[in-house]
Design a protein around this ligand. Structure first.
Ligand SMILES: [Zn+2]
Length: 421
């Protein structure tokens, strides 16, 4: 903890002596984002000439670790709009003042949806109507002119040529609402709230450019990795905890409609079996999308890098690492509903164990939740901009007969309304 704290508050000063040639930072199109740190923060300047002699000037570049900022409270869009990438399907965001949502066919107004909420747009219909999938896993209609509409990713090939400035990333904080709380620690800490805080910290990382020291994992202000084009948090909105029900069908349909480049379901675990010397983070991958397994191995490695410095009494279950569960009811299909339905590389992250008091106490701290978010950030950047596997164990898919709850929205699910109902 001591070494880590020092690392977070001390700015690194890099002083470069000028030389005859000027180096400039390569653009993301020209080089891998995973290069070493030093060349990317060393700035040199051209010589300056005086009347009698040629001297060199010195430029100082300061990079600062980002530390543990509070998650940003994003405002809501002021008014309806459509982006140039929207071509019939994508995402709808409710602007300030709310937006009416109708039954299929447009015959009945169901609710004025709360500003800041997002919906999947699955079709554009005649007469200005849109077909939506709501957080209640239902199909509804809305007027295109009432919403902010964004179109899908252009889906570049993953690898060293990937331009991260065009990445579309979905962050999916698990659980939510009165009936789906997720794991609860003995201290009363609730998973549905922790997951949203982590998602918002990760969202803030993706929405700004950063420089990463890939040797240590430290994230700095800087511009080595550009801001992603779009980061979608599935459970979101103007209220601080976005504490409403959201079904697994909706979460997957939103990511599919946006053709996201990567999808991360954010969870914390319960029901540990063993004491461990190192963090017991599990990441589940899709068996039907090959690159998902590579994504999971990177994320497990990054969790270890983020969490190990906190040094506590870790716990885990069998086969700690990247793994995949198949349904016993539907042979060959994914056990987890969100991994079954998402059509892009997707993982479920189970970062820490709420059922272990020492890990629950860590999850209660902003420092640990920030470390969780940083692991997600580094994992997504590495996954999209390189083609290497992570340095973590991975296990072949196994049939799983356990019961995690269906994750589908209940019949009593309601779309949060602008008037707070
Ligand atoms: Zn969970």
């Amino acid at each position: 903890m001591t070494a880590r704290s020092v690392g977070l508050v001390v700015a690194i000063m890099l002083v470069a002596t000028a030389c005859a040639t000027t180096t400039s930072q390569p653009s993301p199109d020209e080089t891998s984002l995973l290069g070493t740190l030093a060349p990317l923060v060393t700035t040199t300047t051209s010589p300056t000439t005086t009347t009698s002699t040629t001297t060199t000037s010195t430029t100082t570049t300061t990079i600062v670790p980002i530390g543990v900022p509070e998650p940003t409270v994003l405002g809501v869009p002021a008014e309806p709009a459509v982006d140039s990438q929207f071509a019939g399907v994508g995402m709808a965001t409710v602007p300030a003042g709310g937006a009416p949502i109708f039954s299929q066919g447009g015959t009945e107004q169901l609710v004025v949806a709360r500003e800041g909420l997002v919906f999947a747009v699955t079709a554009t219909l005649d007469d200005g109507w849109l077909e939506l999938v709501t957080m209640c896993d239902t199909t509804a209609w809305a007027r295109a002119g009432d919403l902010v509409l964004n179109g899908p990713s252009q889906n570049q090939a993953v690898g060293k040529s990937f331009n991260f400035a065009k990445a579309v990333v979905v962050l999916d904080p698990g659980h939510g609402g009165p009936w789906n709380i997720g794991a609860v620690a003995e201290t009363g800490l609730r998973e549905k709230e922790i997951n949203v805080d982590i998602a918002r910290r990760a969202r803030d990382l993706f929405l700004a450019p950063h420089t990463v020291d890939w040797e240590t994992g430290t994230i700095y202000t800087g511009d080595q990795v550009p801001a992603a084009q779009r980061v979608i948090v599935t459970r979101t909105g103007a209220d601080e905890l976005a504490d409403y029900e959201a079904g697994l069908l909706f979460r997957a349909e939103l990511a599919n409609a946006m053709k996201a480049d990567a999808f991360v379901a954010i969870h914390n675990n319960a029901g540990h079996e063993n004491k461990l010397e190192t963090p017991g983070s599990d990441v589940y991958y899709q068996s039907q999308i090959e690159d998902s397994r590579r994504f999971a191995t990177i994320m497990v490695e990054e969790f270890n890098r983020s969490f190990a410095p906190f040094g506590t009494d870790w716990v885990g279950v069998q086969d700690v690492g990247a793994k995949s569960r198949l349904s016993t009811k539907n042979p060959g299909k994914q056990y987890y509903g969100v991994l079954k339905r998402t059509e892009m590389p997707a993982v479920i992250a189970e970062g820490a164990f709420m059922s272990n008091r020492s890990e629950a106490d860590l999850l209660a701290t902003p420092e640990f939740r920030q470390a969780y978010a940083e692991a997600l950030y580094r994992a997504v950047v590495r996954f999209l901009t390189d083609d290497a596997f992570g340095d973590a164990p991975s296990f072949d898919p196994k049939s799983w007969g356990g019961f995690a709850g269906s994750g589908d929205a209940r019949p009593t699910c309601v779309i949060p309304s602008q008037d707070g109902q």
